[in-house]
Design a protein around this ligand. Structure first.
Ligand code: ZN
Ligand code: ZN
Ligand code: ZN
Length: 569
């Protein structure tokens, strides 16, 4: 109303005073403009209130390198990745800033807003000094499976030491927010959903092909999940996997038949088409689907079912759906970064993301929900393929290293049992044996560091002593330190040369501090999000603080990242 009156007054003034000086004319216009600015500001403030999402959907694409957004862009639909990129905000220089870049630390860091040095998830598996055995990040013997007689449900987030953005949403809303995690992988559902979640569901392959959970969350599956599982939801995907487009049109990848890919058991070559029903028996029943694009379809189906059955994003209290697509990782490991199989998996995932967005539009409404999409790590191109292109790369064997170190220890220190374990490029020493031999741990660390530095394909070495007594601010040292948990991590950490992996000769893997493993997509879209793009470096640990700011809730309790200012309205 104010602006109508002011326009009216302006008009009268201008009409009745034809002799107004230019200066007065300018002043009147300025007053008018100020009114308009004031009104626009008020509208923006009102808009900002309405910009708070009713639902946040976090999407993690397992093993998605940033360049998959660009390499396959020509054939992405308008409604999937491109909708998020073009209508949302693209942080195109987003990185992990720790090692090791694996699935469990990745998911934990996205949602806790801090790195393994604080959240404690230092690997998928690691040697636990206190339990004196190798443990799994989400394994928990104190809980039981729900929805399966197998042990696949004996899982919880208890080893993750700090809170997640999803935990903070639950605390902020007195538990009224609905928080659900969904993935093929248990850790892909459990770590994002956090400790205070309503539920996390993950896939049980084998003969079941269903979604399961753990008594950490519930005593039994909700009726809709039981009904969903009873409908035999995986069977329809046990069909042929052929390329979405003619094979010859996959020019963004190498040829389908090459020496860098591993065929499934029971198939001679890693080439299309894949007759899944025929391969099922030799490849663990429904587990076979995990390594095909259909694993992503199964997750999208279940995420959409959760959205509907749990009425997510339908009331004033924000909800959080954390979805992790794992099949991209299985496909990447088996066929590699440069394979047609991988390209086809991304073209199909794009369509699943489009389907998920359409479901969100129809239930929650475009503009009422916020999506972010990122990855838990990237991947290296197959080293044998890189070598064929003249690029330095290669293969490393931890077991060979251990044999060599034992021989050196025997020769130099008279005992070959001082090393308890080598895992995630870390050496764990046996402190009891060192004490018994009256050997200083620091002495042995430095002794091993010197040997390792001269070992082929090892690039750099850091000792516990160095990592606990100095502060690395840049380079690989900083990444090692961010991934180093003072209690849980080992005593000597080594870094392999670029392109060198401890892995078989087919397929791709990840885990390093190199950019192929650290550079991943980060897209934001929807309520409260600006449209735009930045090539400024952003960090994985910034995601949770950004989403916390958007929701107006506390940051996760160990958060060390910061909100990405340009992203938020
Ligand atoms: Zn992963
Ligand atoms: Zn192939
Ligand atoms: Zn992986």
């Amino acid at each position: 109303m104010k602006s109508i009156i002011s326009i009216f007054l302006c008009f009268i003034l201008l009409a009745s005073c034809g002799t107004l000086s230019r200066k007065q004319d300018h002043d009147n216009h300025q007053a008018h403009q100020e009114h308009r600015n004031h009104d626009r500001h008020a509208a923006q403030m009102a808009g900002r209130e309405a910009q708070k999402p009713k639902l946040v959907v976090g999407i993690v694409v397992d093993q998605m390198r940033y360049d998959y957004l660009t390499r396959f862009a020509a054939r992405y639909s308008e409604g999937g990745f491109k909708r998020l990129m073009n209508d949302g905000f693209n942080c195109s220089n987003n990185h992990y800033d720790y090692v090791p870049t694996y699935t469990a630390p990745g998911h934990a860091s996205i949602y806790t807003g801090t790195s393994p040095m604080n959240n404690g998830i230092i690997g998928n598996n690691w040697f636990d000094k206190y339990e004196n055995k190798v443990i799994y990040n989400a394994g928990d013997d104190n809980v039981n499976s729900v929805g399966t007689l197998s042990k696949d449900g004996k899982m919880s987030p208890r080893r993750m030491l700090t809170t997640t953005v999803t935990d903070e949403l639950e605390l902020h809303t007195q538990g009224r927010a609905k928080v659900i995690g969904v993935s093929i992988k248990d850790r892909g559902a459990i770590l994002p959903a956090g400790h205070a979640a309503d539920a996390a569901y993950w896939y049980r392959g084998s003969e079941e092909g269903t979604f399961i959970s753990s008594t950490f969350y519930m005593e039994q599956l909700p009726q809709w999940v039981s009904d969903y599982n009873a409908s035999n939801p995986s069977q329809k995907y046990m069909k042929e996997w052929n390329t979405l487009h003619p094979l010859s049109s996959y020019t963004a990848s190498g040829s389908d038949l090459n020496e860098y890919e591993k065929p499934p058991r029971g198939k001679q070559t890693a080439t299309f088409p894949y007759d899944l029903p025929a391969l099922q028996e030799k490849n663990g029943g429904f587990n076979l689907l995990k390594g095909t694009p259909y694993g992503n379809s199964i997750v999208a189906d279940f995420a959409i079912a959760a959205l509907k059955n749990e009425q997510m994003g339908m009331d004033a209290i924000p909800d959080f759906l954390a979805v992790s697509f794992s099949s991209t990782d299985y496909v990447g490991h088996q066929y590699g970064v440069n394979s047609v199989e991988l390209e086809d998996t991304y073209l199909r995932l794009d369509l699943e993301i489009e389907r998920l967005l359409i479901a969100l539009d129809s239930q929650v409404g475009d503009g009422n929900y916020t999506v972010f999409l990122t990855a838990d790590h990237g991947a290296v191109n197959n080293p044998a393929y890189l070598q064929s292109q003249g690029i330095n790369a290669g293969y490393f064997d931890d077991n060979e290293l251990l044999t060599y170190l034992k021989a050196r220890l025997k020769k130099d220190l008279g005992n070959d049992t001082y090393i308890k374990n080598i895992s995630n490029s870390q050496i764990f020493l046996d402190y009891e044996k060192l004490d018994a031999a009256k050997l200083e741990a620091v002495y042995v660390q430095n002794y091993l560091a010197q040997i390792l530095t001269n070992y082929r394909q090892i690039d750099k070495v850091f000792t516990r002593e160095a990592l606990t007594h100095s502060n690395f601010t840049t380079g690989v040292g900083a990444l090692i330190q961010n991934g180093f948990h003072h209690k849980r991590s080992g005593d000597v950490v080594f870094v392999l040369e670029p392109g060198v992996i401890d892995y078989p000769k087919t397929g791709s893997t990840h885990g390093s501090s190199q950019s192929y493993d650290t550079h991943v997509p980060l897209l934001f879209y929807g309520a409260g999000i600006n449209q735009g793009k930045t090539v400024e470096r952003t960090h994985i640990i910034d995601i949770a603080p950004t989403v916390s700011s958007l929701l107006g809730i506390s940051f996760p309790n160990g958060a060390t990242g910061n909100p990405i200012v340009e992203v938020l309205k």
